[in-house]
Design a protein around this ligand. Structure first.
Ligand code: BYC
Ligand code: FE
Ligand code: FE
Length: 472
């Protein structure tokens, strides 16, 4: 039931060969995807042999197969988590009714919009990361970058499948458009702003994987609660791939921090740039940047769109099933921060319009865990420095705090003071120029750049020294 058919042109576990029309439509989209991959995917990588995992089964345990492949030959396909017998809608006005196996006509445009928004982020991230291979700090890191890139490509396939299978002609048009918008393009940018930000260096990459892929985790969890069963099942399987992306982020940032803290201890100063490390205060600025742009991805604090999605039963809350309430939320409240004079206060809001905010809160709690582990690394090395997540009102562009001059510890200050102190809080041009000097490519097996510690272990039981990427 859950094994994947690799004999088809498009690997799948949805019996694609039984639906000739759909199969033909997707086979027409496939060469466009490959053209996009060749033009916008990892720069100059097409002949490399890369040690990659491929999904062969969708069961939570042991779905992965490891092998050396050239990336354009990666078996991108359509994999949905197994169908749950008699699944019911878990929230909203249709709570308790059987989950929809087809798109309910009255929610068609909302569902299409959610799927397009989600789908747009996946190729966007590949575009954002396309030049990082040129400055990889080790073969191990290069391989992880490529692994993430092929899986984000597969996440695009996941959404394109839904558009083709359930949305007819306009679904096909949206699927084409997912390949014509591009990250950072002046005329046709990606939909969400964080996916148009350049990912210039490997600090950006690690923080991106920690914070931005984690937004993916929370959005995919919310969508996996959907009453539209095919969306739920596809997001459930995407989540199993997402775990590795966040692992790359947490350990990547952690390895930079470890190296920086080691240099700080050795030289008894935080000021370690002359010794070839990234000083911890600069890392805090990168953290501030990525965390704040990712908070924007959750939308407005008060959102009628989100309330409607919830009541319709198409987008739920994080772990909806384990929340102890009526799952309808009529008359319930939730605490939402808002600005009151020059202070930020928590106010009771209808829980329905606060579901974006609740998801953001869940995200904050999850984000803090890695920060605590990073701080432990620093403390264990006896260095006096601590990372903190900035206040949620800091550096926001969406919602109640958009554009307001608020410090990382949540104080409202004058606009000109904020502008004057901006470079204390966010990476400055000179910080980025310094980091750029460290970004030298290291790709001999077993070697690693000086600004980052090697990983505790390699991939899938292989040692760090393994030749994860062979250039040919
Ligand atoms: N940028 O009611 P509101 C991932 C707009 S990451 C621009 O709060 P709503 C990945 C909004 O469109 C996960 N515009 O918004 C990670 C609306 O416009 P209208 C990505 C924004 O509807 C790494 C208006 O403001 N998935 O997978 O609740 C690598 C009112 O706002 C933004 C998703 O995000 C913004 N940030 O939208 C690879 C899930 N925020 O209607 C992959 C899909 C809001 O007034 N998307 N607006 O014209 C959604 O669930 C929702 O659309 C949003 C919030 C979360 C974006
Ligand atoms: Fe993804
Ligand atoms: Fe991801």
């Amino acid at each position: 039931m859950s094994s994947i058919n690799y004999s088809d042109k498009i690997p799948n576990n949805v019996n694609l060969s039984d639906d000739r029309r759909l199969q033909r439509a997707l086979e027409q989209w496939q060469p466009h995807f490959l053209d996009w991959w060749k033009a916008m995917g990892p720069d100059g990588s097409h002949n490399f042999d890369v040690y990659l995992r491929t999904a062969i089964d969708v069961s939570p345990k042991g779905w992965a197969h490891f092998d050396t492949v050239k990336m354009p030959d990666y078996r991108w396909g359509i994999f949905l988590a197994d169908k749950e017998e008699d699944r019911r809608i878990g929230f909203g006005m249709h709570k308790g009714q059987p989950a929809w196996q087809d798109v309910p006509g009255e929610y068609r445009s909302e569902l299409r919009r959610l799927i397009v928004t989600q789908g747009d982020t996946e190729p966007a991230s590949v575009e954002q990361q396309r030049r990082l291979g040129l400055t990889a700090p080790s073969l191990y890191d290069l391989r992880n970058l490529f692994q993430i890139n092929v899986e984000e490509g597969r996440h695009l396939w996941a959404m394109v499948y839904l558009l083709h299978a359930y949305f007819g002609r306009d679904g096909r048009e949206e699927a084409d458009a997912l390949l014509t918008r591009h990250s950072g393009d002046a005329d046709k940018p990606r939909i969400l702003s964080a996916f148009n930000v350049p990912t210039d260096d490997w600090l950006c990459f690690y923080f991106f994987c920690y914070f931005q892929d984690r937004d993916g985790k929370f959005q995919l969890h919310a969508l996996s609660e959907s009453g539209f069963d095919p969306l739920s099942r596809t997001c459930k399987f995407m989540l199993t791939e997402e775990a590795h992306h966040m692992f790359v982020g947490e350990t990547g940032v952690g390895r930079v921090i470890q190296r920086s803290a080691e240099l700080s201890r050795q030289h008894d100063t935080l000021d370690i740039r002359t010794f070839g490390g990234v000083d911890l205060p600069t890392l805090q600025k990168y953290l501030n940047f990525y965390y704040s742009i990712c908070l924007d991805l959750f939308g407005q604090e008060k959102s009628t769109n989100a309330a409607n999605f919830y009541s319709m039963g198409i987008k739920g809350r994080y772990e909806e099933g384990s929340i102890d309430d009526d799952h309808i939320l009529e008359g319930l409240t939730y605490k939402v921060p808002e600005i009151s004079g020059d202070r930020i206060v928590l106010a009771d809001m209808p829980a329905l319009t606060a579901v974006n905010e609740r998801l953001r809160d869940d995200y904050r709690v999850d984000s803090q865990k890695g920060v605590d582990r990073w701080n432990k690394t620093i403390a264990d090395l006896g260095v006096d420095f601590k990372f903190t997540l900035p206040h949620q009102a800091f550096h926001r562009n969406i919602g109640s705090f958009a554009g307001l001059p608020i410090t990382p510890d949540g104080k409202v200050i004058a606009k000109d003071e904020w502008a004057r102190r901006r470079d204390d809080w966010l990476p400055s041009e000179s910080d980025k120029a310094f980091v750029a000097t460290l970004m030298q490519r290291v790709v001999e097996p077993g070697k690693i750049a000086g600004w980052v510690a090697p990983p505790a272990r390699g991939i899938h039981g292989k040692p760090f020294e393994y030749e994860y990427v062979k250039f040919s």
